[in-house]
Design a protein around this ligand. Structure first.
Ligand code: MN
Ligand code: MN
Length: 311
């Protein structure tokens, strides 16, 4: 581990803020090109590189969507309870759905409805649950369980199964959580890449060596898009521009790339012109929650030490 990617507690808080802010920025940036084809994006923008809103949801510049909103539902539940609270998360999802959000995935809607009708906190296995709707909201779980990989594994799957129960979604949630935590704790890009190889070793569909450009909401395509751009670019901006110009589920690939790249490069690498555009209430809550979640984490409980490096 090099000096500049060490474990100075201040840096850990900064990178955690980068993860949550990166998620919101990626969501707001990518929502403009959601469901577009790369050729359509080129025709309209040449390169889409500004937070301008619009898109099929007709968003205001800097407005976020379900990816950020559901992540904030999780963050709020954990901060309010001062600990893990799956029912609190489900209640927040339900209140959010009742508030008629601008966008909500069909699998998420089904899971939240089942909670409303039956109090069900774990949706049964479903072969169609391999969408990216659980993976997109992993940032708060990664921050809250920082420093305890076993806890991350457990809570990643618990939160995922509120709405999505599929081995590929579970595997994606775990990999994203580990990568966000690894990046926050100072691992380098080779260590991050090793985490993707571990995922590909278990589920070869995630192999992104010969990336074909599919960026839809199937969690395998989503992660291949994120990984391809994460490892073929050298900074936050370039990574996110690559991802959102691929179109497809661009707000969600943007959100996931944003949380990993935001943790890895830190919040100062996020272009000011992007985060300044974010809805100020959302931005404030995202930044405050990142700190509060890390304060609740096992890492903070040990006084800000991580005995076993980045694992
Ligand atoms: Mn969205
Ligand atoms: Mn999306």
């Amino acid at each position: 581990m090099s000096d500049d990617r060490g474990e100075d507690p201040q840096l850990i808080f900064e990178r955690a803020r980068g993860a949550f802010l990166g998620l919101a920025v990626g969501d707001a940036l990518g929502a403009t090109t959601e469901f577009m084809m790369p050729g359509e994006i080129r025709a309209q923008f040449k390169v889409h590189r500004k937070v301008v809103g619009g898109g099929w949801l007709h968003l205001k510049p800097g407005q976020v969507t379900d990816d950020t909103e559901m992540s904030l539902c999780i963050a709020r539940a954990l901060i309010t309870a001062g600990g893990w609270d799956l029912k609190g998360i489900a209640d927040n999802f339900l209140a959010w759905m009742r508030g008629k959000p601008i966008d909500i995935g069909s699998t998420c809607r089904r899971g939240i409805r089942d909670y409303m009708r039956k109090g069900q906190l774990e949706t049964p296995y479903n072969e169609w649950d391999a969408g990216n709707g659980a993976a997109m909201r992993m940032a708060p779980v990664a921050l809250y369980t920082l420093g305890d990989p076993a806890l991350l594994d457990r809570y990643a799957v618990e939160q995922a199964h509120l709405t999505h129960n599929h081995p590929l979604s579970d595997a994606a949630c775990l990999a994203i959580g580990r990568m966000v935590q690894g990046a926050i704790l100072g691992c380098d890009r080779f260590e991050l890449h090793a985490m993707t190889r571990e995922l590909v070793g278990k589920h070869p569909n995630f192999n992104f060596n010969k990336y074909k450009g599919h960026a839809d909401s199937y969690v395998v395509d989503t992660l291949k898009t994120v990984f391809h751009y994460l490892f073929t670019t050298a900074d936050f901006e370039e990574c996110l521009i690559g991802v959102v110009n691929q179109g497809g589920d661009a707000d969600t690939t943007g959100a996931i790339a944003g949380m990993i790249a935001g943790a890895f490069y830190g919040p100062n690498a996020i272009p000011k012109s992007w985060w300044k555009k974010l809805n100020p209430t959302v931005r404030q809550e995202v930044e405050d929650s990142s700190e509060l979640l890390v304060r609740l984490s096992p890492w903070a409980g040990r006084g800000g030490h991580c005995s076993s490096g980045t694992d």
